[in-house]
Design a protein. Structure first.
Lengths: 506, 238
């Protein structure tokens, strides 16, 4: 060790001094937060000490610091990577122990996880590999040429994405269409895909308002709720079918959008966000308190399931006068039929949303939305009526929220105000922002990341928020404008998309 | 006949009176320029003609119709287009999309011929048609701003400081094009400028504004020769 430092600018004693300094800081910071705990004993509250956590904190700080010193002095890239990884694992261990403390001296979490299931093993290895790779390949040890190459690589990926958006979109659509054939019998996979698809649709709907028109709407879930409740109430009170209620739900949500939009769209930026947030809450509170109509916090249950376009039913016991879906196509009854049908239904709805958005973007109204987002004064000086333009974006976005809400109600069969909290709005907004405002494929990616991943790795539920936080930080660092944040002209003259993108990259 | 007639217009920002009773007119086929120092109220007058802010007293007549109480977007649809101060193009859109935005209130059947017309005036824009507008030079952006307002088929074009922040050579080029727009395309131009020398040379008539009042008016040549104007706006330059 000492010989390794002899050639560098820092000598042995100084390194020891630095490490000791950080150890003391770690001790001071962790001893009160991690080190003591109040325990409810039969004899009353008592203080218990948790030296293992404090030691872990100090240990991880020292090891991590040593790794950083290695980096600073350009010593052994492998050594850096190992030290930083060890330190990261120790921090992880610390967090996990802090959360569930009962079995304090149990084997380390990583071993625990490794023995629990195959997925956990894969995930933990992947986790280690990512940290290790990040530490190993991070810039410190690179020459200028290598850095240049990595920049080129990222722009190459960008170029590839931007010149092939159509193909990527098509592959995505085909994948989602054949999805049930791959996972046909796996109930949870179809369920999860349906859930992700709902959020993709909501994301696309909100993308019209936030991404295209640039109106920050924090209460989008209100329209989702309006759609869900209007279907539930119409079908229960007037016995209307799903296929009739679907457009009605959209119309109701759109008119709510207009009613809200009329007074508030003269507000801008933060003020608009706050008012829409309030509107979302108002709808939820009304739903809770209007007991006679909405059933209040009890919600509405046994909402009618959709039929196969009015031709056949999906239930096991088919009511008089209609036939079952299986019967219609000469198949045996299977409960999967309905799930797969619902999946295709939301897929179709989402694709309609996407298609309409793409069309609108090419029409004057869509162009006006984008222009309004960039410069309202310029828009007015070109003769665009800003109020009507914003209102149309609000209403169309709300309409798709309403469709998604009606679908949600029919899929769940039960709705209550619980499903329409602010958190939902925040998640949908996060999907739009994470995907890159205005990017349709970005929304899909972000919905998979935000909704799909947490559900897929449910057994790692304890660590979800930890990884989630790390992910958010990573996004802020490397892609602050969203995963896919390019805006390409919708129309190009005398030039292929590829040439254009290539020209801009140079 | 006067195309734009401003009668006793007062405009306030809160309690501050920015325009203190302006009377002026722009006749059909003219280039009229309004010169004055920073903060004289030139841009305010131009924006008042467009309805934002609205005049609190007085009338503004466009071809005999009172427009002083109309909202901005309706005024634009009457045939007044403005190229606002600081250009205000859409930086993330391509040149072509910007020009499309200019024609957004117009009948699409005029689009391709109007586009040709703009490209004839500004060949540079044709070269840059697919480029993102925000990545162009200041002069090109100014050309785009003027081109965009021409796409709205104006009869009266309001230009607010087209020379702002541009190199002298580019300024000259822009002013020549403005002259061409006026003489060949028969567009009446109301030009607000700080660059008094170029503006007065170009204009048929001019007004001088000081602290919210019109203090002088006359033909371009008269004003250029006027000792007061020379002392205040022209000496030292050019």
């Amino acid at each position: 060790m000492a010989s390794a430092f002899a050639s560098s600018r820092t000598n042995g004693p100084e390194v020891v001094k630095e490490l000791a300094f950080f150890a003391v800081i770690a001790l001071m910071m962790s001893v009160m937060i991690l080190g003591v705990e109040t325990v409810d004993r039969p004899t009353g509250l008592e203080l218990a000490v948790r030296w293992d956590l404090v030691l872990l904190a100090i240990g991880s700080t020292v090891v991590g610091r040593l790794g950083l010193i290695f980096r600073r002095e350009n010593i052994s890239r492998l050594g850096q990577a190992i030290l930083i990884t060890v330190s990261a694992v120790a921090v992880f261990e610390m967090f996990v122990r802090f959360r569930d403390m009962d079995d304090r001296w149990a084997s380390p979490v990583f071993l625990d996880m490794a023995f629990s299931s195959v997925v956990s093993v894969i995930v933990s290895i992947a986790f280690l590999a990512i940290i290790f790779a990040a530490a190993y390949f991070s810039m410190k040890d690179k020459t200028a040429v290598e850095v240049d190459e990595s920049a080129k690589l990222s722009s190459k990926i960008q170029l590839m994405y931007r010149s092939n958006t159509k193909k990527i979109g098509l592959i995505g659509i085909i994948f989602f269409i054949i999805f049930p054939f791959i996972f046909g019998e796996d109930r949870s996979a179809i369920d999860l895909a349906t859930l992700v698809m709902i959020y993709i649709m909501l994301g696309w709907g909100l993308n019209i308002v936030v991404g295209l028109a640039g109106l920050l709407d924090l209460g989008y879930v209100a329209f989702y709720a309006v759609g869900a409740y209007s279907y539930a109430l119409l079908s229960q009170n007037f016995d209307l079918s799903f296929w009739l209620c679907l457009p009605l739900a959209g119309i109701f949500a759109a008119s709510f959008g207009i009613v809200l939009g009329f007074p508030v769209l003269r507000l801008r930026g933060d003020y608009l966000a706050i008012v829409t947030l309030g509107f979302g809450e108002i709808i939820r509170v009304v739903l809770i308190n209007w007991y006679d109509l909405t059933g209040g916090p009890d919600g509405i249950s046994s909402i009618e399931r959709p039929s196969f376009f009015g031709m056949a039913e999906f239930s096991r016991r088919v009511p008089e006068g209609s036939i079952g879906f299986g019967e219609l196509f000469g198949m045996d009854y299977s409960s999967m039929h309905r799930l797969i049908f619902l999946y295709y239904l939301i897929l179709a709805l989402a694709l309609v949303t996407n298609f309409v958005t793409m069309r609108l973007r090419k029409l004057p109204i869509g162009r006006a939305w984008e222009a309004l987002r960039e410069d309202e004064i310029a828009c007015r000086s070109l003769g665009i009526n800003p109020t009507n333009t914003k209102l149309s974006a609000f209403a169309i976005g709300a309409m798709f929220g309403g469709f998604a809400g009606a679908f949600f109600a029919t899929r769940q069969g039960f709705i209550s105000p619980e499903s329409f909290t602010f958190l939902e709005s925040a998640v949908i907004l996060a999907i739009v922002v994470l995907g890159g405002m205005g990017s349709q494929i970005g929304v899909v990616l972000a919905a998979i990341v935000m909704i799909g991943f947490p559900e897929m790795f449910r057994e790692l539920a304890e660590y979800r928020m930890l990884i989630f936080g790390a992910g958010i930080v990573a996004i802020m660092l490397w892609r602050p404008r969203g995963l896919l944040s390019f805006r390409d002209p919708t129309i190009l003259l005398n030039m292929s998309q590829k040439e254009k993108v290539a020209g801009e990259m140079k | 006949m006067s195309m734009l007639k401003i009668e006793g217009v007062h405009t306030f920002y809160g309690n501050i009176e920015a325009l203190k009773g302006i009377d002026m007119e722009v006749n059909e086929g003219e280039i009229v320029t309004l010169i004055g120092a920073n903060g004289a109220g030139k841009t305010t007058l131009l924006m008042t003609c467009c309805g934002s802010p609205q005049a609190s007293k007085g009338r503004i007549l466009f071809e005999g119709q009172d427009i002083s109480r109309m909202p901005m977007h309706e005024i634009c649809q009457l045939g007044i287009q403005q190229s606002p101060e600081g250009r205000r193009i859409f930086p993330r859109m391509s040149v072509f999309e910007n020009l499309q935005m200019g024609a957004i209130t117009q009948d699409p059947k005029h689009f391709s011929s109007d586009l040709e017309m703009v490209f004839d005036l500004f060949p540079r824009l044709k070269e840059r048609i697919n480029q993102r507008a925000g990545t162009m030079s200041g002069g090109e952006q100014q050309m785009l701003a003027i081109g965009r307002s021409l796409m709205g088929r104006p009869r009266l074009l309001l230009l607010d400081e087209p020379s702002l922040g541009l190199a002298p050579l580019v300024v000259k080029q822009i002013f020549e094009t403005v002259k061409k727009i006026n003489s060949e395309n028969k567009v009446t131009v109301f030009l607000v400028e700080q660059n008094a020398f170029h503006a007065l040379k170009l204009a048929h008539r001019g007004y001088v504004m000081v602290n919210g009042n019109i203090t002088l008016s006359g033909t371009g040549a008269e004003l250029l020769a006027n000792p007061e104007v020379r002392a205040a706006y022209l000496e030292g330059g050019h």
